[in-house]
Structures are given as structure tokens and as C-alpha cells.
Design a protein around this ligand. Structure first.
Ligand SMILES: Nc1ncnc2c1ncn2[C@@H]1O[C@H](COP(=O)(O)OP(=O)(O)OP(=O)(O)O)[C@@H](O)[C@H]1O
Length: 325
């Protein structure tokens, strides 16, 4: 996968935010996000997630600390210009109701005075990319779309001017769980293509685990409890706060992010193999458990391109999900 040169790293260094009424929303957070990485901020309500996100595009000015995008200190950049380089997607999308889908997606290219034909081509490309046929949807108004379609338009609009960073605040929480799961899946495919640096805020641990390259768990005051990959977070919570936050079912969640690598497999049992249920090697330990539960068997065969490459017993699978601390 090639990394887009149009993605910038983000570095937060000791950022603080005290609101005028004295509320200390963020007391000193340092966090680095690599270019092209998708980082999820998660934590209880009021811990400062949205405040952190909005400090990155300077919708909120930090009281102290430094934020850099690539080599550039964001406080040195005019905030309006800065926001044109940073896509921002929020829960209820905020599409302009009296503008068509095309006009909505073209907002930032319009501000940047791109030539009309370049904008038009870019808008159609983006609508395609988010799974909306430009011919069918381009001329519609937001109220003529479903919630999931509006969300896709919001993502297309945020990506329109090829931003170096995408900030997303609860982007999928306004739609029902089924649409949400589909949007998440599509979004991962989209990210594999565009490889933007993304900071996404959510309340939903499953969403964090599914989407995040790394997850930052915050507690009150924007205190960073742990910053790790989903598997490491679920496997070894660093603090009692994180342990409680990820919950007793973290073993099950961990299975979903545990690949079936060849080293963890057992030998294929000679004669019995033909009889056993199978799961593909590119699935997760969670998929394997689902196959075992559905089939009622104690063992399954793992296949690669249809060929058996190993086996997994129920016990072995349970061991894969067992946290290490
Ligand atoms: N404009 C403001 N003035 C004063 N306090 C504020 C302001 N905006 C947010 N806060 C407070 O700052 C803290 C952090 O708020 P923030 O919205 O960043 O949290 P959050 O983690 O995003 O919450 P949620 O998950 O509920 O959206 C909260 O205590 C909130 O009440």
C-alpha cells in the first residue's frame, strides 16, 4: 500500500484547554499520530475528546501547548486556511440543506477557486469513492437522502480538497447499527485507498477496535490512560481505568482483532480433516470461534486458497482470546 504524500503527521505537545468559566477540559495531553494513521480517541462523556479534536483545526484555541501538522505549528497558520487543509466530519453532517449533493461536496474546492471542470471531476470521483452514483445522487438535496447517504456525502465533502488530515467527531453515531456497520466497513476500504491521517472520536469501543490503527483512551481532563493498538489495549490494559473501560468482554473483542497467523495453528489431523468445518486463514479468531459454535464441533481446519494449512481446537482459540494481564 502506498502512503499518500498528502497526509501529515500530527503532534500534540502538552496541550491544555481551560474554558473561560474555569473548566479544565484538557490538562496537558501529548500524543503523536503518524502520517496515514487512523487514531481513535475514546473515553467517557466529558473527558475532553471533542475539545482535543477542535484544537487541532483551531475551532478551539488551546490555552497552552503546541500542535504541529508535519513540521508546521498550527498556531502559525491562519485558521481559515488551516481548516481548508483539514477535513472535518461531525455527527449530523451539517450539509447545506438548500444545496445539491454536488454543490455540498464542492464547497471547499469552491472556496479555493478551483477551475469548474476540475471541481466537477473531483466531486464525481469522490461520490464514486464513497459509493454514491454521481448521476443518481449528484443533483439531489440532503433531505432526499437517507441518513447513511448523507453521512457518505459528509465524508466526500471533507475529502474534496484532498486534506492532509481528517477529523471525525462521532461520524457514524446518527445512523442505525446495521447502516453503521456498513459505513464503517466502507470507510475502512476508503481509508485503505486514500491513506489520510485521521483522528476519530467515538463513544463506541467496538467502533474503536474495528477502525483504529491505534486507540487513545482518555479519562477526565483529557488524561491519556493508554495509547495502543486495539489488540494490545484489549490484551493488556495498562491501568485499572482502561481495564474497566474495555470491560469484561474484552476477550471476545480481542478475538476479532486476532489474525489466524500460521504460527498459532496446530497440525492438520490426518484422516479426520475432511470432516471438519473450515475457516479461511485471512479471517480472525472471532470468525473461527463463530464457525466452531455454529458447527458444534471441537476443532476446525484453517485453509489458504482452499488448501488446509493448519487446525484450531476450541481450547487453542480460547487461549488466543485470553488477556495477558
Ligand atoms: N464552551 C465550553 N465552556 C465551558 N466548558 C466546556 C465548553 N465546552 C466543553 N466544556 C466542558 O469541557 C469538558 C470536555 O468537553 P468535551 O465536549 O470536549 O468532552 P467529550 O469527551 O467530547 O464529551 P462527549 O463524549 O460527551 O461529547 C466537559 O466538562 C464540558 O462540559
Amino acid at each position: 500500500m502506498t502512503q499518500s504524500p498528502r497526509a501529515a503527521s500530527i503532534s500534540l505537545q502538552g496541550i491544555q484547554k481551560r474554558y473561560p468559566d474555569g473548566t479544565e477540559a484538557v490538562r496537558g495531553l501529548s500524543l503523536d499520530v503518524r502520517a496515514g494513521e487512523l487514531v481513535v480517541l475514546i473515553g467517557p462523556s466529558g473527558c475532553g475528546k471533542s475539545t482535543v479534536l477542535r484544537m487541532i483545526n483551531r475551532l478551539i484555541e488551546p490555552t497552552a501547548g503546541r500542535i504541529t501538522l508535519g513540521d508546521e505549528d498550527v498556531t502559525d497558520v491562519d485558521p481559515v486556511r488551516l481548516r481548508r487543509r483539514i477535513g472535518y466530519v461531525i455527527q449530523n453532517v451539517g450539509l447545506f440543506p438548500h444545496q445539491t449533493v454536488r454543490a455540498n461536496v464542492a464547497t471547499v474546492p469552491g472556496l479555493l477557486r478551483w477551475p469548474k471542470n476540475q471541481t466537477r471531476a473531483r466531486v464525481d470521483e469522490l461520490l464514486d469513492l464513497v459509493g454514491l452514483d454521481p448521476a443518481q445522487f449528484g443533483g439531489r438535496y440532503p433531505h432526499e437522502l437517507s441518513g447513511g447517504q448523507r453521512q457518505r456525502v459528509g465524508v466526500a465533502r471533507a475529502l474534496a480538497a484532498d486534506p492532509v488530515v481528517l477529523l471525525m467527531d462521532e461520524p457514524f453515531s446518527a445512523v442505525d447499527p446495521i447502516v453503521r456497520a456498513r459505513l464503517q466497513e466502507e470507510f475502512l476500504r476508503l481509508q485503505a485507498e486514500v491513506r489520510k491521517t485521521i483522528v476519530l472520536v467515538t463513544h463506541d469501543l467496538d467502533e474503536a477496535v474495528r477502525l483504529g490503527d491505534r486507540i487513545a483512551v482518555l479519562s477526565e481532563g483529557g488524561h491519556l490512560e493508554q495509547y495502543d493498538t486495539p489488540a494490545a489495549l484489549l490484551g493488556a490494559p495498562a491501568t485499572p481505568f482502561v481495564r474497566e473501560f474495555v470491560g469484561a468482554d474484552r476477550g471476545i473483542r480481542r478475538l476479532a482483532v486476532t489474525p489466524l497467523d500460521r504460527e498459532s495453528l496446530e497440525p492438520v489431523p490426518g484422516d479426520a480433516a475432511a470432516d471438519l468445518p473450515t475457516v479461511a486463514l485471512d479471517g480472525s479468531a472471532y470468525d473461527a470461534l463463530a464457525v466452531l459454535l455454529t458447527s458444534g464441533r471441537d476443532q476446525l481446519v484453517v485453509t489458504d486458497a482452499g488448501r488446509p494449512v493448519g487446525a484450531l481446537s476450541r481450547q487453542r482459540l480460547l487461549d488466543l482470546g485470553r488477556p495477558t494481564s
